[in-house]
Design a protein around this ligand. Sequence first.
Ligand code: ADP
Ligand code: MG
Length: 153
Amino acid sequence: TSVRCGYLEDETATLALGKAFAEAAQAGLVVYLLGDLGAGKTTFTRGLLTTLGHAGKVKSPTYTLVESYSFPHYSVHHFDLYRFADPEEWEDAGFREYFGPDSLCLVEWPDKAADLLPRADIVLELAVAGNGRNYRLLAHSETGQSCLIRLST
Ligand code: ADP
Ligand code: MG
């Protein structure tokens, strides 16, 4: 079960995938979110955060690069690296410290910081298809794989 794919017919379906993912997720996971602008990466993240208990808005971290959310068991850091350009900024901003066993990191546009980022445990690919989106979840580690197994049971 290291791959799982399907069709998300509308925004609600993308939110539901985020919800299911939240229920299967664990601290320490690094998740890359791939797909064009508008593919649904932030929508998925919103479903996940709401399920973990976040009650407010979920801002797209396009300008801030990262938004953090703390929950009783772990923190979630949501990166959007679309505008990330300066590798020095990675160290200066202390982004390395965001990754670790006590946090779940979701990263939009990981290719913009390719060499600096820890490897993904799971990659979610989203692509516009008709009025909805195709998705594919791939596990790249044992932790990622156990998460995908929990997701499909
Ligand atoms: P991204 O973060 O990938 O740029 P967003 O999550 O901001 O994209 O989503 C862009 C738009 O796509 C939003 O208006 C959202 O409602 C819509 N959307 C999300 N999932 C779906 C889906 N499965 N089908 C149709 N529209 C969707
Ligand atoms: Mg986004």
